[in-house]
Write a protein that binds this ligand. Structure first.
Ligand code: GAP
Length: 457
């Protein structure tokens, strides 16, 4: 069965619950730029932390880096972005809209009735012209060509220019990698689909430096590891696929490339969330040429020197966050209840709030006990305390926020010192001594599985 289109519903839920807001909304919004609200920033931070853990902390052959966004302008000449980071653009003189010339089939003219650009009788499309996607600005007080700098369109170049710095500082031997998370900017002609294609976004990139000749074997390993990582995040197996770039799609630097695609449902369908690229020695060789500095690796044991090949894994933090939300979104009937529920079945480890704590009533010492428990749990997990409204409504609010555990303090709790834990996914409820709640939750998080998959009595 095809996955339904949930994007519009998600945009509304994201605003209602505080995941994502349109940037500068009170001024009418800034084009395709989004702000992460209180829940969204937690979700995205959890995803970034998970990536950093898997790529840097849990490996002894990958080092971390945080390079600056602004770099020497020659970097972008060497990388090929000044000359070639372009999309073909057409303007319509009738409606003033702009389209990517190579994507006219997928585009819509803004006028009614809805048609493709060029299909209205008075459409006036210009000849395509190349449009560079890099944002340009000026360094210092003088706005002339000598002071032009670019907002980086990818984080990768910050890694290439630091290759020898990191290698020498850490005494890593090839093969080894450098990873970083950071903002990137692209003046996309046709951004859209919520946070899928935006002009400001965050990348999580890793460049793995290998001896030429061993590159394709490493490429295959990284392809498999990266798919595993997405599965570990809770993305469904049947929503992930590889797409191999053919000759026409291969970037100028790539010897081989696969996209990891996620099925966003509806007409958007399978789309790239990550690229795994064999960049050969293109980047280091280019930077050697443009900087005049040698960027070779000296293998003392084998008495040889060479410019390493690079296997790159490049994933968008915003796109994966959106994939996690789409994957998690459900509208479900609830047995015995008239109203259904909307729930985000997020993997517990990335959910913005781990546990909701609810005193059933505001009397009989229940709020005191609930507040004490919430304070205790907060030392280990993000917790939301809610004593407002009917308990069913409080559960529903946390279901929409993706909170995996709900802890209710009722009339028996103050006498027996126990509470109910409700599981978001299968709505099971178990009774647990209040002193054990934190350990029970920690067990689930350590098992690293969605709550419904972990059997527990
Ligand atoms: N260094 C290689 C590189 O940047 P890319 O395929 O252009 O490769 C990598 O980008 C990832 O960055 C994509 O798979 C996507 O997740 C994310 N990305 C690229 N452009 C984006 C945009 N305009 N908005 C959001 N994410 C984007």
């Amino acid at each position: 069965m095809p996955h339904p289109d949930v994007l519009d519903k998600l945009v509304s839920l994201a605003k209602r619950r505080g995941f994502v807001f349109q940037s500068s909304e009170i001024y009418g919004g800034a084009g395709s730029v989004w702000d992460y609200g209180p829940l969204g920033v937690e979700l995205k931070n959890n995803i970034k932390a998970r990536w950093w853990n898997a790529m840097v902390r849990q490996r002894d052959d990958v080092e971390g880096l945080d390079a600056a966004i602004l770099m020497h302008p020659r970097v972008w000449e060497a990388s090929g972005h000044v000359a070639g980071f372009t999309d073909p653009l057409v303007d319509c003189k009738a409606c003033k809209a702009r389209f990517r010339a190579d994507k006219l089939q997928d585009a819509q003219c803004p006028r009614k009735p809805s048609k493709r650009p060029g299909e209205h009788a008075d459409c006036q499309l210009t000849e395509p012209r190349q449009f560079n996607l890099m944002f340009k600005t000026f360094m210092g007080p003088v706005e002339d060509s000598a002071s032009v700098v670019y907002l980086r369109p990818e984080t990768a170049q910050g890694i290439f220019v630091n290759f020898l710095n990191v290698q020498q500082a850490t005494r890593q031997k090839v093969p080894f990698g450098i990873a970083q998370i950071g903002k990137a900017f692209r003046n996309e002609i046709t951004p859209g689909n919520f946070t899928f294609r935006t002009r400001e976004f965050e990348q999580m990139e890793m460049q793995f430096f290998v001896e030429p000749g061993t590159d394709m074997a490493w490429f295959e390993k990284w392809k498999a590891w990266r798919r595993e990582w997405h599965l570990g995040l809770g993305l469904d197996d049947d929503r992930l696929q590889f797409h191999q770039h053919d000759e026409r799609e291969l970037a100028h630097y790539a010897r081989a490339a696969f996209d990891i695609e996620f099925d966003f449902g509806g007409s958007l369908g399978f789309q790239e969330i990550e690229g795994v690229h064999n960049r050969s020695d293109f980047d280091l060789t280019q930077h050697q040429k443009f900087s005049g500095k040698r960027l070779e690796y000296v293998d003392q044991a084998a008495n040889k020197r060479y410019v390493p090949y690079v296997i790159e894994t490049s994933v968008g933090a915003d796109r994966v966050t959106l994939a996690a939300l789409v994957n998690a979104y459900r509208e479900e009937a609830v047995a015995g209840e008239q109203e259904g529920r909307t729930v985000l079945r997020l993997h517990p480890a990335i959910a913005p709030i781990t546990a909701g704590v609810f005193p059933l009533t505001r009397k009989d010492g229940q709020p005191d006990m609930a507040e004490r428990l919430a304070a205790d749990l907060r030392k280990r997990f993000p917790v939301f305390y809610d004593d407002a409204g009917a308990i069913g409504r409080r559960y529903r609010r946390q279901d929409e926020a993706g909170t995996p555990f709900g802890i209710t303090i009722d009339g028996d709790s103050t006498t027996n010192d126990d509470v109910t834990i409700r599981f978001r996914d299968d709505l099971r409820q178990i009774r647990v001594a209040s002193g054990q709640v934190a350990d029970v939750i920690a067990d689930y998080l350590a098992s690293d599985k969605p709550t419904a998959e972990v059997p527990r009595t």
